[in-house]
Write a protein that binds this ligand. Structure first.
Ligand code: GLU
Length: 322
């Protein structure tokens, strides 16, 4: 059975691009009569804001999406909030240390802090130099499992070598994880980095299809290394093109009322939002209002765009009633 998921980070408002990715992930699961999991990725403590998780889940529900497992509905793989899953990540880190893949790193703070979040395109810092590679982690040392602040982060070796995979939308992809350098798998504060947390969770939750934004395409290569090292089955991947502003940049406040909350507050009905999102994927006619549920039988992977969609202020203006 297909098991899909959406994994928002409660660090900001969901915008129409996030909503499109969530919709496609949901449609993909529902069109195959599969299960849909909601997982909250809140490990970036510096950016997580109180109340955002609840708001994001509420807005996704408003859009007509539902999930079989998640922080608010529970499920066999609970907890569904990453900050509550730390010991699972520790187990995986220990395994990586046993394989001789981890080393202690006391380099740049900024670098290490960046590992807290999914590295969206343009957010990756300079390539890590590998300076601390000789400081291999001894898996028998208890510090590996301490949660307190330590003097170093842990990085996983990324040796040169191209990782190839077939993306259900983008086709054949190939990345060399070494191009970004050895990556942080545990921060100095003892918390797991994005790459390891996402692999451990997708593995533990039995996710068969990872549907997410195309800006995480290159992370997939690093994650495939982790799946291999942790002996977990590699899921299928489907990376959804981003929705960009008129200037071709990632959606942000300056692009106007692009968040779901603003559209909802302006009285835009959810079926108008879903209809517009679906029209950008050739699943609905321009201007059509349709519910997420009604879209399920129309879902066809082949129709989805492979290039980013540009959203204009006028596009969003047209969604407003009257
Ligand atoms: N939590 C990540 C984000 O909001 C998504 C990670 C993923 O889907 O793998 O950007």
């Amino acid at each position: 059975m297909t098991r899909g998921r959406f994994a928002p980070s409660p660090t900001g408002a969901l915008h129409v691009g996030n909503a499109r990715t969530a919709l496609i992930a949901w449609l993909h699961a529902r069109a195959t009569a599969g299960a849909f999991v909601m997982r909250v990725e809140d490990l970036d403590f510096g950016r997580v804001r109180p109340g955002f998780m609840e708001r994001q889940l509420d807005e996704l529900r408003w859009l007509g999406l539902d999930w079989d497992e998640g922080p608010d509905v529970g499920g066999p793989h609970a907890p569904y909030i990453q900050s509550q899953r730390q010991e699972r990540y520790e187990g995986a880190l220990r395994r990586l240390a046993e394989l001789g893949l981890l080393f202690e790193c006391s380099c740049s703070r900024r670098d290490i802090a960046a590992a807290a979040s999914a590295p969206h395109v343009g957010e990756e810092g300079p390539r890590y130099s590998g300076a601390c590679r000789p400081r291999l982690v001894d898996p028998t040392v208890p510090s590996l499992t301490t949660h307190g602040r330590s003097l170093f982060a842990l990085r996983m070796r990324a040796d040169p070598g191209v990782v190839e995979f077939h993306d259900l939308l983008m086709g054949r992809c190939a990345f060399d994880p070494a191009a970004e350098g050895d990556f942080v798998v545990r921060r100095k504060d003892g918390v797991a980095g994005y790459q390891v947390a996402v692999v451990v969770d997708d593995g533990a939750m039995g996710i068969t299809h990872v549907v997410r934004g195309a800006d995480l395409l290159s992370s997939t290569a690093r994650q495939i290394l982790l799946y291999g090292a942790l002996d977990l089955p590699v899921p299928d991947f489907l990376h959804v093109p981003l929705v960009l502003g008129e200037d071709g940049e990632r959606l942000a406040k300056r692009h106007g009322a692009v968040s779901l909350g603003e559209l909802r507050d302006a009285g835009v009905p959810p079926d108008a939002v879903i209809g517009w999102l679906a029209s950008t994927c050739a699943l609905a006619a321009p201007g059509e209002h349709i519910s997420a549920r009604e879209l399920v039988p129309r879902f066809e992977l082949a129709r989805l765009p492979r290039e980013p969609t540009i959203v204009t202020a006028a596009d969003l203006e047209r969604l407003r009633p009257g």
